[in-house]
Each structure stands twice: as structure tokens, then as C-alpha cells.
Design a protein around this ligand. Structure first.
Ligand code: UT7
Length: 329
């Protein structure tokens, strides 16, 4: 077997919509309070798409920034992978629209549906294509418009999520010069549809007037179960990296931005300080597949990615599905 080509991250991008939805705004919509939301989640506001925006239009903005960062043109792209559970429509893949709008004339594309773990899983697929030599320039975009599947009569879910997109461009390491791909993990535990899902609109509950009347087209969640699961797998994923590479090797943990309390509880469990974690949940809430790449680009802009140090990205969500992405910056 031919030896694997070392892979790196040549570019990063992010985009969030202009419109802010604050906790005070939500107080006018459901029976909640700014105090409850901040204490239980750390979220102060989230971004919401305008009427004419869709998932692919957010993805496009993030993708363009990643290309610019990498100093590559759309025509250079071999593959576009879009991680999303709120695509423009059930099919065709949102990646096809993103590739078309970008002008990625040579590229193929497909979507990855793994909810909050989508970007982390899609990045491992992208890195594999580059490692094997099949493709040189693979763009991964995590993009979501969760506001379009939230029930703004359900305070258990509508306060938690927001819209946005983030992107990473994987190329051979010699081209990227940074962000060496060191691997990751992909895990699942099926049968958890009742815990976190959008029940309607698929083959189990095809859309009918009845499914709409039952509000099955909206996200449903058992938050406390997700909370316990997230703390456990987040701590396990980070512990594995500590065991393998040592605590001092870690430069920054950029986790799925799920809930400030979940992040703090997991960090306490592995005995690591919070200053090793990047969070922006106060400003965007949980943006599912977009959360890790938005945070990664912001960590990069803030100078928090240290040359030679590890960047650990644990993610977890509906499925249940979880895993991590590991880079050496
Ligand atoms: O990416 C994975 C996606 N999943 C998530 O991000 C969710 C993970 N889970 C969580 O973040 C937390 O479980 C929540 C923030 C959803 C809830 O926090 P909690 O500490 O687990 O609270 P709880 O479920 O025990 O709810 C406590 C109370 C309940 O009232 P009762 O039944 O005790 O009277 C809820 O009805 O808080 C109530 N509640 C609210 N109150 C005000 C739930 N949502 C709200 C709200 N405002 N928005």
C-alpha cells in the first residue's frame, strides 16, 4: 500500500447571520427568562437567518472565507462536503448548491448528516481523501439553519439553538503548512430517536396535515438525557487524548458549543482548567454542525491556536453520535 500523504488545514472560514435573537426577545415569545437561560446554558443571544437566507447561503459565505484564507480558487476544489441536518431541502444535497454557487466547477459533493457531530465526522472523511491521494483540495462546511426547525412554542428547545456556518479546507500538509490532521474518532449508539430528533418528514412519519398538526416537523429533545450523555462522552474523548499525548501537548480544546455547564462539568471531570477551552456559546447558542468550525475560526482569529500544539475538537449529539477531530497546529 502506498504511504499516506500528511494532511493539513489550509483555510478556515465562518459566517453568522446579522439578526440577533436575545434572551430578552425570547422572554416575549415563550415562558422563560434571561436569568434561567444564562444560568442553565451560558447563552445570551443567538443569530437567526433572514427570510431570504438558507443553509447554502450561510455555507457559501463561510466557504468563501476559507478559500480566501487558503489562497485557493473555487476551481481548485476537488470535493465539497456539507455537514448539516437542516439542508436547503431533503434532497438534492446542499453541497451541490454550495459547489455551484461557489463556482467549484471540477468538484464533486455530498452531505453528511450527523447532527452536532457532522463537521467532526466530515473532516475525517475529507482528510482520508487527501491522505489517500485521491483528492488534493477538499472543502468541509458545517452549516445549519436550526431556527427553521425549532418550535417557538417549546421553551425546552427554542432557547438553545442558533444559525450559522463554518468551513475548513483540507489539503496536503506541504501546501497547508499548518493544522496537521492527527486522526479522530466516530462513535454511535443507535435507537435514541426519542431523545433528540426531528421526527416528521422522513419515511417513518412522511409529512401529512396530521404530522404538521402534531408539530412533528419540529425538533424534539429530552434535554436532561442529552446533558448526562454529553458530559460523559466529552470527558471520555478528552481523557483519551490526554492519555495518548499527555496534558502538556494540548494547546486548545474547541468543543461542540452545547452548553456552558456541560463543558465545565466535563472539564472538571478530566481535571483540566477552563482556560484550555474555547467557547462562544454566549453569542451563538448551539449551532449543531456549524459550532466547531465557527469556534475554530474564531480561536484562530483570537490567536489561540499555538504552533506545534494539539487542537482537540470533541462533538456529540443526536443519534446518539459522537467523536473527535485532532489537529496539531
Ligand atoms: O447538541 C446537543 C443538543 N442538545 C442540547 O444542547 C441540550 C443539552 N441539555 C441541556 O442543555 C440542559 O438539559 C437544558 C438546558 C436543556 C435544561 O437544563 P437542566 O438543568 O437539565 O434543566 P431541567 O431539564 O431539569 O429543567 C428544569 C426546569 C423544568 O421545569 P420543572 O419541570 O422542574 O418545573 C423545565 O420545564 O426548567 C424548565 N425549563 C425552562 N424554564 C425556563 C426548561 N426550559 C426552560 C426555559 N425557561 N427555556
Amino acid at each position: 500500500m502506498a504511504s499516506l500523504i500528511p494532511v493539513g488545514v489550509a483555510g478556515l472560514g465562518r459566517y453568522v447571520p446579522e439578526q440577533r435573537l436575545t434572551n430578552r426577545d425570547l422572554e416575549q415569545i415563550v415562558d422563560t427568562s434571561d436569568e434561567w437561560i444564562v444560568q442553565r446554558t451560558g447563552i445570551r443571544e443567538r443569530r437567526i437567518v433572514a427570510k431570504d437566507e438558507v443553509t447554502s447561503s450561510l455555507a457559501l459565505r463561510a466557504a468563501r472565507q476559507a478559500l480566501e484564507d487558503a489562497k485557493l480558487a473555487p476551481e481548485d476544489l476537488d470535493l465539497v462536503i456539507c455537514a448539516t441536518v437542516t439542508g436547503d431541502q431533503p434532497f438534492p444535497a446542499t453541497a451541490c448548491r454550495v459547489g455551484f454557487d461557489l463556482g467549484a466547477k471540477r468538484a464533486g459533493g455530498f452531505d453528511v448528516a450527523a447532527a452536532c457531530s457532522g463537521f467532526v465526522f466530515a473532516s475525517q472523511i475529507a482528510a482520508g481523501f487527501v491522505q489517500s491521494g485521491q483528492y488534493r483540495h477538499v472543502l468541509v462546511v458545517g452549516a445549519e439553519t436550526l431556527s427553521r426547525i425549532l418550535d417557538y412554542e417549546d421553551r425546552n428547545t427554542c432557547v438553545l439553538f442558533g444559525d450559522g456556518a463554518g468551513a475548513a479546507l483540507f489539503t496536503p500538509l506541504e501546501r497547508a503548512g499548518r493544522g496537521e490532521f492527527l486522526g479522530g474518532s466516530i462513535s454511535m449508539e443507535g435507537g435514541a430517536e426519542a431523545v433528540l430528533a426531528q421526527p416528521g418528514g422522513g419515511s417513518r412519519h412522511p409529512s401529512t396535515h396530521a404530522t404538521v398538526d402534531q408539530r412533528l416537523h419540529y425538533m424534539k429533545m429530552g434535554g436532561t438525557k442529552v446533558f448526562r450523555f454529553a458530559v460523559r462522552v466529552f470527558a471520555e474523548l478528552v481523557q483519551k487524548v490526554v492519555d495518548r499525548h499527555g496534558r502538556d501537548a494540548i494547546g486548545l480544546i474547541v468543543p461542540h458549543q452545547v452548553n456552558q455547564r456541560i463543558i465545565e462539568a466535563a472539564m472538571e471531570q478530566v481535571g483540566l482548567p477552563m482556560d484550555l477551552v474555547f467557547t462562544n456559546i454566549d453569542r451563538y447558542g448551539n449551532t449543531s454542525a456549524a459550532s466547531v468550525p465557527i469556534a475554530l475560526r474564531e480561536a484562530y482569529d483570537a490567536g489561540r491556536l499555538t504552533k506545534g500544539k494539539l487542537v482537540v475538537m470533541p462533538a456529540f449529539g443526536a443519534g446518539m453520535a459522537w467523536g473527535h477531530l485532532l489537529l496539531r497546529w
